[in-house]
Write a protein that binds this ligand. Structure first.
Ligand SMILES: NC(=O)c1ccc[n+]([C@@H]2O[C@H](COP(=O)([O-])OP(=O)(O)OC[C@H]3O[C@@H](n4cnc5c(N)ncnc54)[C@H](O)[C@@H]3O)[C@@H](O)[C@H]2O)c1
Length: 371
């Protein structure tokens, strides 16, 4: 394969690049070195063997230049993420940028055999829940009124009891309300629909929360491992929204990169979404405590009881569909935390801009206080 990896300088893209090269494929990277993620420019982990093109996925000529390198497959990872003060920019990069790639493919008559794209669990808003009265149900996002009263758990709308999270498959309805969630949902729809229109097999990978070495230590808006770690090494308590008992299905970046390469090399011949998670939830408070311990700090996590409307309470991925392609997550959360912190300790003079960034988000109501 000669594979274009968009966003190939970033966390997930860079690990996909390494795996493709390891397996003897050729790689072209298109990445605009977004300043929030890469304030010091091109990171040193971009291999010489990859053809690196600095450019924007939402720029026709940049995408054309990358695709005209003889590319026959695409791993589309470039995106703008997290909870920030932007709205429209999510759609410029994630939605319009994805549409632009298909536009160039069509206009320039480029034959693409496989298109694997990064979707996100965020498109669902909330995970799947179970209550005695309703059985399994997919709730709307928890309301601001509920969250203000510190009622953090999802409530069964029929009985008023707390509902229990259960694993969800690919059939869950999208319910995301944040600009990121909506833009990723439209991105996925564009990929699946245009793949069908132009006869390109497409896999939309709905990643769980992904972490690992190379997660930007500069971006205060996304990447909980780096946000917490950079606060800890600056002797600040990692700030935890809600009560800390919310869970995430944290997946190690090597497993996500494997999922991409597995599908790029597969015989997939249709357009399909796939969950990519471990199925093992971890409490956010436990993650913060483990990071404090692994970074040899006496700092303790701080529960803020603040919240972000549209944030999920629990997500547990059922990735059985992807396992049919012989993919299996290999890293436990303990191994992954160790690998991440070993790398983080090699990063020099890490600062944190989270306190100022979160103050800005409070002013515009993205972060809200409970009563
Ligand atoms: N990390 C997660 O927890 C997670 C979870 C679900 C989905 N995803 C998705 O996975 C993909 C990769 O995420 P990541 O965690 O590696 O993020 P990242 O920020 O580390 O990498 C994204 C890369 O895309 C580049 N980029 C941003 N805008 C661009 C543009 N307009 N044109 C070209 N390049 C651009 C950035 O410079 C960066 O190198 C994204 O599509 C993201 O939405 C990530």
């Amino acid at each position: 394969m000669k594979c274009l990896v968009t966003g190939g300088a970033g966390l997930i893209g860079s690990h996909i690049v390494d795996k493709l090269l390891e397996k003897g494929h050729e790689v072209v990277i298109l990445d605009n070195l977004d300043s929030q993620t890469h304030p010091n420019g091109k990171p040193d982990w971009i291999p010489k063997e990859a053809n690196f093109i600095e450019g924007d996925v939402n720029n026709y000529d940049d995408v054309k230049k990358a695709l005209k390198e003889g590319v026959d497959s695409i791993s589309h990872q470039a995106a703008f993420g997290g909870f920030t003060n932007s709205i429209s920019y999510y759609f410029d990069v994630n939605t319009s940028g994805t549409a632009k790639i298909f536009e160039v493919i069509r206009e320039e008559n480029i034959e693409i055999n496989k298109f694997v794209m990064a979707s996100s669990q965020a498109i669902f808003g909330e995970g799947l829940y179970n209550s005695k009265e309703l059985g399994n149900f997919h709730p709307e996002p928890r309301s601001v009124e509920q969250l203000k009263k510190k009622k953090w758990e999802v409530i069964c709308p029929s009985s008023g009891e707390e509902a229990k999270p259960v694993p969800f498959s690919e059939n869950l309805e999208p319910y995301g309300v944040s600009p990121y969630a909506l833009s990723k949902y439209f991105e996925e729809m564009i990929g699946l629909a245009f793949g069908k229109t132009y006869g390109i097999p497409v896999a939309a990978l709905r990643y769980a929360v992904t972490y690992g070495p190379r997660q930007s230590v500069y971006n205060p808006y996304t990447g909980v491992f780096s946000i917490f770690s950079s606060m800890i090494v600056n002797n600040l308590s990692p700030l935890i929204f809600e009560d800390g008992n919310q869970t995430r299905d944290f997946i190690f970046v090597g497993d996500v990169a494997d999922a991409n390469v597995t599908l790029l090399e597969s015989n997939l011949d249709s357009q399909q979404p796939f969950n990519v998670g471990t199925g093992n939830p971890t409490k956010v408070i436990d993650l913060a405590s483990s990071l404090c311990k692994e970074l040899n700090s006496n700092v303790k996590p701080k529960i803020s009881e603040e919240f972000r409307y549209g944030d999920s309470r629990h997500f547990i991925h059922d990735s059985s569909k992807l396992k049919e392609y012989k993919w299996e997550p290999k890293y436990s959360i303990e191994d992954g935390i160790k690998k991440y912190t070993d790398w983080f300790k090699t990063q020099e003079d890490v600062k944190t801009t989270f306190p100022e960034a979160s103050e800005g988000l409070r002013k515009i109501g993205v972060i809200q206080s409970s009563d």
